[in-house]
Design a protein around this ligand. Structure first.
Ligand code: GDP
Ligand code: MG
Length: 751
């Protein structure tokens, strides 16, 4: 706050340094004090007077004239203000400075005064009369010209024509200052109205004569001015309009004075230049506020503008109004921008917080009603900015408007992107979940669900949902606010998820088909091994009753290979049909079939291992032997008699069964005596096979060469030592059977 002494005039005016409230402004404000300080309270004064929001609908008048010519008295009568008036008793000079007050007249007659008239009373302008320097005179003239539409020039009638008089010096200053001010851009320089109010008009000299005298004087003053280059031929009328009024002596004719002032007050209304109207209208009845006088400073910017102007003036800097107006525009546009952003923040910040919270928690959620809020917040901010800021310098406004749009859109863009990203994430997740759920419920009802159809319908739903969400989040009129690229990314991700789900579905299918292969193989291969136990009918292969012969034994592996390849071929057909039904690609099917063949071989190999476990194989050999030994060629059980060639039959049967051991030991086809073409049958790995596809596959000898196991080894069912061991054990069993037979033959004789 300023340390300058506060000046209280009539006890009502707020002055510099006064922390004023609305109440203190009852009668106005000291805009500039005697120390040339600008009053920071001006804007709150204008607020209190409800002028701030009036845009361009306000007017500024300044009064000029020699000290003690009744200026303040005139203003107080014209506008019902309370400017300081020199007391008639004390004849004490009022304090220097510029005072402002709003018109206090009630507008109740038909020729209503304009709204929001602000009047500036310039005290102590006439330095000459007080023998002071003319510094303040010049500065206040500059300030008044830069802000006011109308300059009231107060002059005694008897001073008119006194060209050398002090007031003429003041006018000279005003003209000089005007030239200085509007030098830069004379085309856009606003005109001002010089309104002469002639005081103590006695009436002997008609007003028109006084007017002519004054006009002549002014032309003379103008002609003596040193004009800047290019303006040598300019005329005073290029810058000023003139108006004249005369008032009777206030003290001698008080009633007449009041009456004339009332009349005069009606001229302070808005009008426009109309030559036709001017012809018919009494000159003394014309409106003073013409649009071309207005300085076009929006009311809410008046205070900073006036301060900026005054700062330039006080510091003796070149007062360049266009620059001042640009500076003001920047200042105000920034302020207005901040104000609209406060409202914007109230709406948008909670949404930003919510979104950030979602991202932090790892489960970003879409915000409902986001688009609506974004749109209304944006429209409101830009609309409010436009309303307030567009009154300022067009170029600055355009630039600041762009800046504001940039700030707003940067935030909305982030929200929009966050929303799309949340919709994307939750959409992909939901899609995956709902497909899995539908598959699960399909599985419960049996395995005949349509996977492709499930994926298609869920994808459609997921896309619809995303598009709906995205569309609802679009910010109108913002070119960045489109989601075609995001939609494509989303589609792509859904496709990726579909592919993954299809792969899982393929695995499930493969597992089912493998299970089927395993159970078929267990059954049919078990059957083949059972047949081994039925050498000559009897207990072996009761299901088929098929007789076992040496020839059929020899073809054991051929039958196993055939039943194996037939089963797998069946399975391949099933697998292919089903996989095709859910749009698996040929490549995926090819990999699936390749895996199926390998896994099937694993099943077979496991079954062979099971059948040739020691206990199982010994049992089969014994059954095979007993069939051959205890039954005759027609399948009838032998009753041993001592005369029978028990030893011969025993030896033949035993040798015959023993041939099974090397036969069983190796998987060989009888036609080629070679292992089946397992490697060719499985085939080379498909080109598109992945590491994941191979992860759970056991190596197969002769197929996976790098494993170092040959096909021969893969096809070895019983090792040499196992064979030898089996031979020994089998012989012991056979011997036992033989001894028993021998005993039963002797027993038969003994009976
Ligand atoms: P300012 O210094 O120009 O503002 O003049 P003031 O309004 O303070 O008035 C100065 C003195 O002139 C006061 O004593 C007033 O009473 C007196 N005065 C005001 N109006 C008139 C007028 O119309 N005629 C005459 N002769 N005196 C006036
Ligand atoms: Mg005064």
């Amino acid at each position: 706050m300023q340390s300058s002494p506060s000046v209280v005039m009539n006890g009502h005016f707020a002055s510099v340094g006064d922390k004023s409230t609305g109440k203190h402004y009852e009668h106005g404000i000291q805009v500039i004090d005697e120390n040339k300080e600008f009053n920071q309270q001006l804007s709150s004064y204008l607020d209190a007077e409800k002028v701030t929001k009036s845009g361009f609908k306000y007017h500024l008048i300044s009064v000029f004239g020699s000290q003690s010519t009744g200026k303040s008295t005139l203003l107080n009568h014209l506008f019902k203000t309370s400017f300081g008036v020199m007391s008639e008793n004390e004849r004490r000079q009022t304090t220097k400075g510029i005072w402002m007050s709003k018109n206090k007249r009630e507008n109740n007659n038909d020729k209503a005064m304009a709204d929001n008239i602000l009047v500036m009373d310039v005290e102590g302008t006439d330095g000459r009369e007080r023998g002071e320097d003319q510094d303040f005179e010049r500065k206040s003239a500059l300030f008044a010209l830069a802000t006011s539409e109308v300059l009231l020039v107060n002059i005694w009638e008897h001073q008119v024509g006194l060209y050398q008089g002090a007031n003429m010096g003041l006018l000279k200053t005003v003209f000089e200052v005007n030239l200085q001010l509007f030098l830069k851009d004379s085309k856009s320089a606003p005109r001002s109205l010089l309104f002469f109010v002639i005081r103590d008009h006695i009436g002997n000299t008609p007003l028109v004569n006084l007017k002519n005298t004054l006009l002549q004087d002014m032309s003379r003053i103008w002609s003596t001015l040193a004009k800047p280059k290019g303006l040598e031929n300019s005329k005073i009328e290029d810058y000023f309009d003139f108006a004249f009024a005369a008032l009777p002596h206030k003290i001698l004719q008080p009633e007449k004075f009041v009456e004339e002032v009332e009349k005069l007050s009606t001229r302070f209304r808005e009008g426009y230049k109309d030559p036709k109207l001017a012809e018919v209208m009494d000159e003394g009845d014309q409106a003073v506020f013409l649009p071309e006088y207005h300085r076009r400073i929006p009311a809410d910017g008046f205070s900073p503008y006036a301060e900026g102007i005054w700062d330039q003036i006080v510091n003796n800097k070149d007062l360049d109004l266009p620059t001042q107006q640009e500076l003001l525009a920047q200042f105000r546009c920034d302020e207005i921008s901040r104000e609209v952003l406060v409202v914007f923040d109230e709406l948008i910040t909670p949404l930003e917080d919510k979104q950030a919270e979602g991202v932090r928690s790892g489960t970003p959620l879409t915000i409902s009603g986001l688009g609506q809020t974004m749109n209304s917040a944006r429209v409101a901010a830009l609309k409010n900015f436009e309303t307030e800021a567009s009154r300022y310098h067009k170029g600055v406004y355009a630039r600041k408007s762009k800046e504001l749009v940039g700030k707003i859109d940067a935030r909305l863009k982030a929200l929009f992107a966050g929303q799309l990203s949340a919709a994307h994430k939750s959409g992909v997740h939901e899609f995956s979940e709902s497909v899995s759920a539908a598959v699960k419920s399909g599985q419960k009802k049996g395995s005949n669900y349509d996977f492709a159809q499930i994926v298609d319908s869920q994808k459609k739903l997921a896309l619809e949902k995303f598009e709906k969400e995205a569309k609802a989040s679009v910010v109108d009129g913002a070119s960045w606010s489109n989601y075609s690229q995001e939609l494509n990314l989303y589609k792509k991700d859904l496709d990726d998820v579909s592919a993954r789900l299809r792969k899982e579905e393929m695995r499930r299918l493969a597992t089912r088909v493998e299970r089927w292969v395993r159970s078929r193989l267990n059954e049919s291969v078990g059957l083949e091994f059972n047949k081994l136990g039925s050498g000559r009918g009897g207990s072996g292969a009761p299901e088929t009753g098929e007789r076992h012969t040496a020839a059929t034994e020899k073809e054991l592996w051929d039958r196993i290979w055939k039943v194996f390849t037939d089963t797998v071929s069946d399975a391949e057909t099933r697998f292919t049909e089903r996989a095709r039904s859910f749009d698996a690609s040929p490549d995926e099917v090819e990999v699936g079939l390749w895996r199926l063949r390998r896994k099937s071989w694993g099943c077979l190999r496991a079954k062979l291992d099971e059948e040739t476990m020691e206990g199982n194989i010994l049992l089969k050999l014994r059954e095979n032997f007993e069939d051959k030994f205890r039954y005759d060629d027609t399948g009838v059980p032998r009753i041993w008699r001592p005369t029978d060639d028990i030893e011969g039959i025993y030896t033949r049967a035993r040798e015959s069964t023993l041939t099974l051991i090397p036969l069983l030991a190796r998987f060989r086809l009888s036609s080629t005596s070679a292992p089946p073409p397992l490697d060719a049958w499985i085939g080379a790995p498909p080109a598109t096979v992945t590491a994941a596809d191979e992860e759970d596959l056991a190596p197969i000898g002769g197929v996976d060469e790098e494993e170092g196991k040959s096909l021969e080894e893969e096809m070895t069912v019983l090792t040499d030592s196992k064979q030898a061991d089996l031979g020994v054990r089998f012989k012991k069993t056979a011997d036992g059977v033989y001894v028993e037979a021998k005993r039963s033959a002797i027993g038969a004789v003994a009976q």
